[in-house]
Design a protein around this ligand. Structure first.
Ligand code: T4K
Length: 415
């Protein structure tokens, strides 16, 4: 593996922000889809077209569900059109009401799924060591209106499920997990997907395992599974019989074809992600104020997110300055999950003081940067990105001056 030489930052003039050509001609994205074996996918699509069964619980969806359930080791998998709808259906099937406690540090879909069901998301602070919801913060937010908790396994690193379920049992609350990031990960040797009443995966194009758009609810609860299966299809329990308020949450056959093909290549994708993660760790080693978040080597991980924390007290540039440097190089690094759900609408207006109880979410949220990885990113690319980061930190004064000039209003033209 060719890795970056940590010792030698290039000269400042090599940075696009300071006038050089961008290091990359084509934009590097966080979330560039992994395609896997396109021929196998296309063969499945051809068969699907010949079968003329395109959606509504077709054979590819059934196969995808069975394979996911087997992989995770649960009794039921109900595939859906995306994880947001899967969250909504699960929330309704669990009969959550009133207030539900969730982290603010998550993709806004977790909060929206509740608000859409007219349930108030109550934002709990994170544990800064894990970026996951802090069980002690949950306990402090329980009120007579609280009906449940949705934990989010941020970056695929599992929540403290034991502590969360203890709080839940003390207060009689239901627990479910947004496992959008955590397919293929384990917690204490048990696959994510089998915790709480149910868990939700996302197979969106940007996820390491993708079905274009897609998601799934997995559960060991037979009754809950049956209810969600019907709710996914308008609540139909037979040709002319509707027994629940349902919606259209179905996964299409073409999405399932992509999902099955992706699943067949999962080991290769994880190996690539892991290799890239290690290359980033090596490339950013011992850079003051820069920490790459780690995965527990004793567990199964998908390594789909390369997450770096920049400590403004120790690093020569802050997170936003580094993002500007990388964007100028066509590296579209992302500030997930900035600024936190509580600062997004409608929560910002509905709960204007929520931030007062979220100091760690605010602090960590302003430090995190997510870097590109996946099938389209090779170790040479990782080396270049790390070298750019080292160069920027090594020439912070020049970088800051260039950013100040860009921000300054144009001086009036002299006559
Ligand atoms: N819960 C959690 C914790 C989640 O993180 C998510 C989704 C959900 C629930 C909801 O799951 P779904 O309902 O989506 O199944 C992206 C994804 O769209 C979103 O699925 C994901 N989390 C989130 C973390 O990332 P954006 O708004 O950042 O997407 P966007 O359009 O900026 O795309 C990201 C990058 O990927 C861009 O630079 C472009 C690139 N890209 C994207 C697509 C779709 C490509 O190169 N090709 C593509 O086909 O949310």
């Amino acid at each position: 593996m060719q890795l970056v030489d940590n010792a030698v930052p290039a000269t400042a003039s090599k940075l696009a922000l300071l006038g050089a050509e961008p290091a990359f001609q084509d934009t590097l994205h966080v979330g560039r889809p992994n395609i896997g074996d396109a021929r196998r996918f296309l063969a499945r699509v051809q068969e699907m077209l010949e079968r003329r069964w395109l959606t509504n619980d077709g054979p590819l969806v059934k196969e995808f569900e069975q394979r996911i359930a087997d992989f995770v080791g649960v009794r039921h998998c109900i595939a859906m059109c995306n994880a947001t709808v899967a969250l909504e259906i699960a929330i309704r099937a669990l009969d959550l009401k009133g207030e539900v406690i969730i982290p603010s540090y998550t993709f806004v879909a977790t909060a929206h799924a509740l608000q859409w069901e007219e349930i108030t998301p109550v934002f709990a602070d994170m544990d800064p060591r894990t970026h996951n919801i802090d069980p002690a913060a949950i306990e402090r937010l329980v009120t007579p209106k609280t009906s449940g908790i949705i934990g989010v396994h941020v970056w695929g690193r599992p929540c403290e499920t034991e502590a969360i379920e203890l709080v839940a049992s003390r207060h009689g609350l239901r627990v479910m997990y947004d496992a959008a990031h955590a397919f293929g990960c384990s917690h204490k040797g048990r696959m994510v997907g089998s915790f709480g009443a149910c868990e939700i995966f996302s197979f969106h194009a940007t996820k390491f395992l993708n079905s274009f758009e897609g998601g799934a609810v997995v559960t060991n609860d037979d009754d809950l599974a049956e209810k969600m299966r019907l709710m996914r299809n308008f609540g139909f329990a037979g040709y002319d019989r509707v027994i629940y308020l349902g919606m259209n949450g179905k996964m299409t056959e073409v999405c399932a074809a992509m999902g099955v093909s992706s699943l067949e290549g999962i080991d290769e994708i994880i190996a690539i992600n892991r290799r890239n993660h290690e290359a980033y760790r090596y490339g950013l080693k011992e850079l003051p104020g820069v920490t790459i978040i780690d995965y527990d080597g004793a567990e199964r991980n998908n390594y789909q997110y390369v997450v770096v924390e920049i400590d403004p007290a120790l690093a020569t540039l802050n997170r936003d300055e580094l993002v500007a440097v990388l964007h100028a190089e066509n590296v579209l690094a992302r500030k997930y999950f900035w600024p936190g759900c509580h600062r997004m609408e409608p929560y910002r207006s509905l709960q204007p003081n929520a931030g007062l109880l979220l100091p760690e979410t605010e602090r960590i949220g302003s430090r995190v940067i997510v870097l590109p990885t996946g099938e389209t990113v090779g170790v040479d690319t990782v080396s270049t990105i790390c070298r750019l980061i080292r160069t920027a930190f090594g020439h912070a004064v020049d970088v800051r001056r260039a950013l100040d000039c860009r921000a300054a209003p144009l001086a009036p033209v002299a006559r």
